[in-house]
Design a protein. Structure first.
Length: 348
């Protein structure tokens, strides 16, 4: 959640003294300057104030001449990954959250985005597939490195996990692994530690878990590498723990509307007509949370679908949880969905 921001607000025309008092009171490292209608007109940092004094300003000089009127902001729907992306790209530590009228409704800070306390959980992202359905794009780059809105899909997943305090991430790689490893390195540029599970042959959606260097001490997150999603990682981990589940699977509702009127018949007689009915199913979202003990069931160096682990748990009578992903979720493994995510899908 965004942090409390009331103490960092001042009005245009107030003296630099008030800006200094605001910096001291809020400890947020930023002063947000508003007009009489409470619309944000700009920001000030301690560096801006120091430069003002070096230019000859006095403690009672109005702040107006030193306000940074061109600044980055977010809105209420901007995702944590997008905010972190901007912060890293622009070397920012704070970003105001504005409503449609330009009034501040919150403040993102780098400390808050990265998480005050890193979580002990690890994550594995399956990024080794060839992406046959996306050829010829994937003849050149691996599917997880396809860009959406200027960033590789896999980078967006990594930043999303980092935004929820996940400090250690494993990337399962095979096809064109060198391109993925060259981009991410050790993960330090993305605020985490990244290690690689290198598949010499394709191991399916679960086989690479046998390559983990050690068994984690806490529930393990596993994600497909072709997802665009804003699911709440903290809520998933809490759901898994409270339910006492052996495995939790993220589920997403898939709906399909039949584009015709559907008839119910009794022999040759029409009993009922339903115009363009819609059906809904709960589908596998490619997001999992695994109890560490289940990893011993993954056969070494074998092509192993992760769904087989879920089926094994069910056969043993172990609890398998269904965590409903209500937030944005797009599987970009299909061309139509990739076009939709990029905003290039043909208009209906």
């Amino acid at each position: 959640m965004p942090v409390d921001f009331d103490k960092c607000r001042i009005r245009e025309g107030e003296p630099l003294r008030r800006a200094l008092q605001s910096l001291d009171a809020s400890a947020l490292g930023i002063v947000v300057v508003e007009d009489e209608a409470h619309r944000v007109v700009g920001t000030l940092t301690d560096g801006d104030i120091r430069r003002a004094f070096l230019k000859g300003a006095q403690i009672e000089t109005p702040v107006d001449a030193f306000i940074k009127r061109t600044f980055r902001s977010a809105n209420a729907t901007t995702s944590r990954a997008e905010v972190l992306d901007v912060m890293q790209g622009r070397a920012l530590s704070q970003i105001p959250i504005l409503d449609a009228d330009g009034r501040m409704i919150g403040l993102h800070t780098l400390h808050q985005i990265l998480g005050a306390t890193p979580r002990p959980n690890w994550a594995v992202i399956m990024a080794g597939g060839r992406g046959e359905r996306l050829r010829p794009l994937t003849d050149v780059i691996p599917k997880p490195m396809i860009r959406v809105a200027g960033r590789p899909i896999l980078e967006r997943i990594v930043l999303h996990l980092v935004g929820f305090g996940i400090p250690r991430i494993f990337l399962s790689v095979n096809y064109k692994a060198d391109l993925i490893e060259a981009h991410f390195g050790d993960g330090s540029a993305f605020g985490c530690a990244i290690e690689y599970l290198r598949e010499t042959t394709p191991l399916g959606t679960g086989g690479a878990l046998s390559l983990l260097p050690e068994r984690p001490a806490h529930p393990l997150l596993v994600l497909n590498g072709d997802l665009l999603t804003q699911f709440d990682v903290g809520n998933l981990l809490t759901f898994h723990a409270r339910g006492g589940y052996r495995v939790t699977i993220g589920v997403h509702e898939y709906t399909h509307t039949v584009p015709y009127g559907v008839l119910e018949l009794d022999g040759d007689r029409v009993i009922r007509i339903e115009e363009k009915p819609c059906a809904a199913w709960q589908t596998n979202a490619g997001i999992y949370c695994l109890d560490p003990g289940t990893l011993a069931r993954v056969p070494p160096q074998s092509n192993f679908p992760l769904t087989a682990l879920l089926e094994d748990c069910l056969e043993r009578g172990e609890a398998v949880g269904a965590f409903h992903v209500e937030e944005e979720w797009v599987d970009v493994g299909r061309k139509a969905e990739l076009d939709r995510a990029r905003g290039t899908a043909p208009q209906a």
